[in-house]
Design a protein around this ligand. Structure first.
Ligand code: HAX
Length: 438
């Protein structure tokens, strides 16, 4: 057994035993109560699943196994620039709860390089799609086409024991993550660069090689990809892409089916597609204003016209967060260090000054602050990745790290089929008439 798999097996077996004992003693204890507003309101805040890899606090933001993003920037092994963390390190941390050594991260890079071969039929499938097919449609289709490689599906068909489910899930997770940069870069090159593909550079780390495969040159873009693919990886279990992956996985669909479903959730404009919507909205604004250096007053007028048209301001607001998203702050810090004089970056910072007071003034928006998607487009545009319809694919490649590490845990802990309860409107009226006095 490889060292990461061995570590994961030991840690998950111990937690499984502890969890069983805890449930035996406290299984009927209440941890939450549900209001009617939550029943109608997208289940906001209801505690209903266990997710080991990260936890989200409304004020402090995301913590991966207890570590904030600034802490991870210090602690995780870095790329050759010595500055930005390697996403491999975050995956290791999420999977086994330990900060890896540089040697362990090198081992993981090596594993993913060796597992990165993409079957020809996936490329053929992509090539059969119209070239203007949205890149997220292509990503979802490509992941589903890789399902032919599923170790879990094969072992299940052979009659695997329940207690072994975690093992092929780990293998599928490693293989799928290893293949994603190649698949995602293939989508980019076929869609925007006449199908001129680039051969992998096996001397590079996972994120560095992805940057190379995209065809964007320069060490700084590789650094951007390292921090980008780290900070987008996980946002606890309740967000739509994570929860969808978990729900589909709970039926014992394998990692390929589950991740493809999660990517379909990420493709919605209220979730991951917001990263393309933000830069699209900024370009439209600059076009309408006829300048790349708008004043704050001009931006405020444009924000008000967007709201008056009954649209949301993309990149602002969040279902859980109540402060500026630490992932926005991490990208702002990157921009301050690398590209602070960029015009579009400056516009993003002006929007950050202008939008929150306007959204607060509406009186209904619970979080007027920027989320992760408010900044990423400006960074990508600066380095020449201007095709914003592609941006959610980058998010998806990163999100795979978190949701698949979490899937390994769900399998190892023997989590059951997910099946919450729904009610009809008549049921609610009857419940109220029986339970509310007067
Ligand atoms: N612009 C305008 N109105 C907004 C708004 C925004 N950015 N954010 C929230 N609102 C509105 C809501 O539409 C809602 O209006 P109605 O009552 O008229 O329906 C009201 O404020 C209350 O919403 P909320 O409780 O504050 O927010 P929700 O938890 O319902 O929704 C969203 C959270 C992220 C979907 C929301 O803030 C939004 O639509 N933001 C813009 C899209 C976006 O940036 N999405 C990415 C989120 C982060 C993410 O998942 N990235 O992948």
């Amino acid at each position: 057994m490889d060292p990461l798999k061995q570590k994961f097996f030991e840690k998950s077996s111990a937690l499984k035993a502890e969890m069983r004992a805890l449930l035996k003693e406290h299984g009927n204890r209440k941890v939450d109560e549900v209001t009617l507003r939550q029943v109608f309101g997208g289940a906001r805040g209801i505690k209903m699943m266990v997710w080991e890899t990260s936890q989200l606090d409304p004020i402090d933001g995301i913590r991966f196994r207890g570590y904030s993003i600034p802490e991870l920037k210090e602690l995780l092994p870095k790329g050759p620039d010595g500055k930005e963390p390697r996403p491999e390190g975050l995956f290791w941390l999420m999977l086994v709860g330990e900060i890896p050594t540089p040697e362990e991260v090198d081992w993981l890079t090596d594993q993913w390089t060796h597992r990165s071969n993409v079957p020809q039929h996936t490329f053929d499938l992509l090539d059969s799609l119209p070239v203007d097919t949205h890149p997220m449609t292509q990503l979802s289709a490509a992941i589903i086409s890789l399902q032919t490689e599923s170790c879990f599906a094969r072992r299940y068909a052979e009659g695997m024991k329940k207690t072994d489910y975690w093992d092929p899930t780990y293998e599928d997770t490693m293989n799928l993550i290893a293949r994603l940069p190649r698949v995602a870069a293939y989508i980019y090159r076929r869609t925007y660069h006449n199908g001129e593909h680039i051969a992998p550079d096996i001397s590079l780390d996972w994120a560095g090689n992805f940057a190379h495969l995209l065809g964007i040159s320069g060490e700084d873009f590789k650094s951007l990809m390292r921090i980008y693919l780290t900070i987008h990886a996980d946002h606890e279990g309740g967000n739509a892409s994570a929860h969808t992956t978990h729900l589909v996985g709970s039926t014992l669909s394998d990692a390929y089916f589950s991740l493809a479903a999660g990517m379909n959730a990420l493709a919605g404009p209220l979730h991951g597609l917001a990263n393309q919507e933000v830069i699209k909205w900024i370009f439209k604004m600059l076009d309408a204003l006829g300048t790349t250096k708008p004043t704050n007053d001009q931006i405020a007028d444009y924000v008000n016209s967007t709201l008056a048209a009954g649209q949301v301001i993309p990149g602002y607001g969040h279902a859980v967060l109540r402060r500026p998203d630490p992932r926005f702050v991490a990208q702002k810090t990157f921009a301050e260090e690398y590209i602070k004089d960029d015009d579009i970056v400056k516009v993003v910072w002006q929007v950050f000054e202008v939008v929150p007071p306007i959204l607060k003034g509406l009186g209904k928006v619970k979080n007027p602050w920027p989320n992760v998607d408010a900044h990423s487009g400006a960074l990508l545009v600066h380095y020449g990745l201007k095709e914003y319809s592609y941006y959610t694919v980058l998010f998806g490649v990163s999100r795979a790290l978190g949701v698949l590490a979490a899937m390994c845990w769900s399998r190892a802990l023997g989590m059951p089929l997910e099946r919450p309860k729904s009610v009809t409107y008549d049921w609610i009226k009857e419940y109220l008439s029986e339970n509310v006095a007067g």
